[in-house]
Design a protein around this ligand. Structure first.
Ligand code: AMP
Ligand code: TRP
Length: 338
């Protein structure tokens, strides 16, 4: 692993909560893009387990999910030889910087965050971590002076806050942070539920047939795709308004094969949905089989996963301490003599 801190390449950073199982939407809409960035950027990818506890978690599951997610990300292609992979809780600095940023962050701006309002509505009592969460996210990003932050649409507002806080810190004290850009994946990268194709494929979908998990067996993947909702017209063509199910399958097929929608329409002209779905299933299985095989090998090798987290945390910690000491100096904390 190279010392990322010394590299002149732009910095890409993103975090993901340890949710357990990743699905095809996460892969095609996010992780696959991150893979492609590893050669051109200095990349930091971390599991945001401190964000995860803003909502109640079972400790044993949270711990295990960190490993499950790491193994799945690595199985998808995130490579600890190229990128820094780490767990947020292993690095000192995220919370320290979050505290400093909270002291320049207006309370009203946090109260207006749509994700906070949505999540708070569903809680009986709202903890202050839920409100504070976007400040911790800003600290995650600014601690590594990220230039580009790949996120889903739902995190765009948090990125705006991060940019505001970076600018405010820079103008209140002196230029310190890059003002990071959000990288939102292409619209075509939106994978919809197989059962309800007008909503996004999501881990919280109560209908398990709607979501293809990365580590589903080939049989399960085939079953889910063969039972995907379609329409009664019987022709394989893109029409998101009237044929969302078939259009979604065409997008998925295009994403995993690299074919264009037009090529797919031509290939399946005059053929039935059964034939088409079988080909989609074959192509998705061909993409996911190697991912699942790598995952199964990795998840059994806890020592290797621990070693990966350890090395990642060492690299991240060096950068984190450097930024933090700069920030502490700028806000007026005396230097700690060692
Ligand atoms: P989440 O699972 O919501 O935490 O999202 C993690 C990443 O996967 C984000 O970058 C999302 O934009 C992406 N993602 C999640 N669901 C989908 C989907 N159905 N289609 C495309 N990308 C998705
Ligand atoms: N809040 C993000 C989510 O729930 C995860 C996250 C935490 C993150 N810190 C980040 C994403 C920093 C990008 C950059 O999906």
């Amino acid at each position: 692993m190279s010392d990322n801190d010394a590299s002149p390449k732009p910095v890409i950073l993103t975090g993901a909560q340890p949710t357990g199982r990743l699905h095809l939407g996460n892969y095609l809409g996010a992780v696959r893009n991150w893979n492609a960035m590893q050669d051109d950027y200095t990349c930091f990818f971390f599991i945001s387990n401190q964000h995860a506890i803003t909502l109640p978690k079972v400790p044993a599951e949270l711990r295990q999910n960190t490993y499950l997610c790491l193994a799945q990300y690595m199985a998808c292609g995130l490579d600890p030889e190229k990128s820094t992979l780490f767990a947020q809780s292993h690095v000192i600095g995220h919370n320290e910087l979050a505290w400093v940023l909270s002291c320049i962050c207006p309370l009203g701006q946090l109260e207006r965050m749509t994700q906070f309002k949505d999540k708070a509505k569903k809680q009986i009592s709202v903890n202050s971590g839920l409100l504070f969460y976007p400040v911790l996210m800003a600290a995650d990003i600014l601690l590594y002076n990220a230039n580009v932050v790949p996120v889903g649409e739902d995190q765009k507002q948090h990125l705006e806050l991060t940019r505001d806080l970076a600018e405010k810190f820079n103008s209140t004290f002196s230029p310190t942070f890059n003002v990071p850009e959000a990288y939102i994946g292409k619209a075509g990268a939106r994978v919809m539920s197989l059962q309800n194709p007008t909503t996004k494929m999501s881990k919280s979908d109560p209908n398990k047939l709607g979501t293809v998990d990365l580590i589903d067996s080939a049989d399960v993947v085939r079953k889910k795709i063969m039972s995907a909702v379609t329409d009664s017209e019987g022709s394989v063509r893109v029409d998101f308004a009237n044929k969302p199910g078939i259009s979604n399958l065409i997008s998925i097929f295009a994403a995993v094969t690299g074919k264009s929608a037009q090529e797919i329409e031509d290939e399946f002209a005059g053929k039935g949905y059964g034939d088409f779905k079988k080909c989609v299933a074959d192509a998705v299985i061909a993409t996911l089989d190697p991912v699942r095989e790598r995952y199964e090998r990795l998840i059994k090798d806890r020592a290797f996963l621990d070693e990966t987290l350890k090395k990642g945390a060492e690299v991240a910690q060096r950068v984190a301490f450097k930024t933090l000491s700069k920030v502490y100096r700028k806000v007026g904390f005396p230097e700690k003599i060692r």
